[in-house]
Ligand binder design. Structure first.
Ligand code: AKB
Length: 326
């Protein structure tokens, strides 16, 4: 059985779809802190709080889990507001999962982040091996998680694999509490209202990736020959970089009246402490990483799906309103 933790989150929703499609619904256990409001037919759901070791062990043992995609985590902006929560979920969560995986002989995927880098890291083409002195609690939890992964891999032979995700752009599930959320919000606001007020400046440039590539990276990394995996902390990974102003301009090619203004808040400092672009040659060399989407292809596909989603939501809202008033 394949276990996904944090499966209602941004990556979890798309990854669960992929894994269910590939392996069949009987082999994927979809877990999160709460049962999802809308459940898909033929899915096995369960509740799992990864901060409780006993619960993690129990679910692995009872469900015969052999592979874990440990996605439960608190993102950067929420982590800055609730540092203790971030430490508990991100560090104790990954520690519990790694320890249980070792005992029950499971393989593990765990996402790290560009947040492991900080103000003292080279910002352009950030190398794989460089300074990791993050300025945020989220970054501190990710550095700690990476070191725990390496410890379990080298001391216990645990097959744990990881990537440092950049900002991820998706339409199926919204991100929650991240610093790169503006790159998703901008699409939804552009389609809904033709206007967006962005919480970072126009010049803010960050490395990003479209969700289909993020899912592909997880699948490719987990499928790679173990002898080729030379990085047991976490692989640098990127698809492209853009500034908020460049994304607005790319959206404007499809929605000419779209306007965007900029009102930076506390997330600006976090964004400013992160790299602008990433060198992911190790991932390219070790497991042939190559993204499929560039900026324009991503924008075209995102707008198509965001429009469909918003039309569907509006149609559902109209039906609900009608049934309530009738
Ligand atoms: C965030 O903004 O917190 C995440 C990340 C880059 O890890 N998207």
């Amino acid at each position: 059985m394949i276990l996904i933790t944090g499966a209602s989150g941004q990556i979890g929703v798309d990854l669960a779809d992929y894994l269910v499609e590939k392996h069949g619904p009987d082999t994927v256990l979809v877990t999160d802190l709460r049962m999802p409001e809308k459940q898909r037919p033929n899915r096995i759901y369960d509740v799992l709080d990864v901060t409780y070791m006993e619960s993690v062990e129990k679910i692995i043992q009872h469900r015969n889990v052999t592979e874990i995609y440990h996605l439960a985590g608190i993102l950067s902006a929420t982590g800055e507001r609730h540092p203790e929560l971030a430490w508990n979920v991100n560090v104790n969560g990954v520690r519990n999962v790694l320890e249980a995986a070792r005992r029950f002989d499971c393989r593990v995927f765990w996402p790290s982040s560009i947040a492991v880098f900080g103000p003292t890291t080279p910002k352009v083409n950030t190398p794989q091996a460089t300074v990791t002195e993050p300025g945020t609690m989220y970054g501190a939890t990710k550095v700690t998680g990476e070191l725990l992964c390496k410890f379990h891999a080298t001391h216990h032979g645990l097959d744990v694999r990881s990537v440092r995700f950049p900002g991820i752009i998706s339409h199926a599930a919204p991100p929650g509490g991240g610093t790169t959320d503006w790159a998703v919000d901008m699409f939804f606001q552009a389609v809904r209202h033709g206007h967006y007020t962005c919480f970072v400046t126009e010049e803010t440039r960050l490395p990003m990736m479209y969700m289909p590539d993020a899912v592909k990276s997880v699948i490719d990394l987990m499928a790679a020959d173990p002898d080729r995996i030379t990085v047991r902390t976490s692989y640098n990974l990127t698809a492209f970089s853009f500034s908020a102003g460049e994304l607005a301009a790319a959206i404007r090619k499809h929605i000419p009246d779209f306007t965007c203004d900029y009102a930076p808040d506390f997330r600006q400092d976090i964004a400013d402490s992160w790299p602008q672009s990433i060198d992911d040659h190790c991932a390219q060399d070790d497991w042939d990483w190559q993204p499929d989407y560039n900026l324009d292809a991503m924008v075209t596909d995102m707008l198509h799906h965001v429009r469909i989603r918003i039309e569907k939501e509006e149609a559902e809202a109209a039906v609900n309103e009608k049934s309530e008033s009738g």
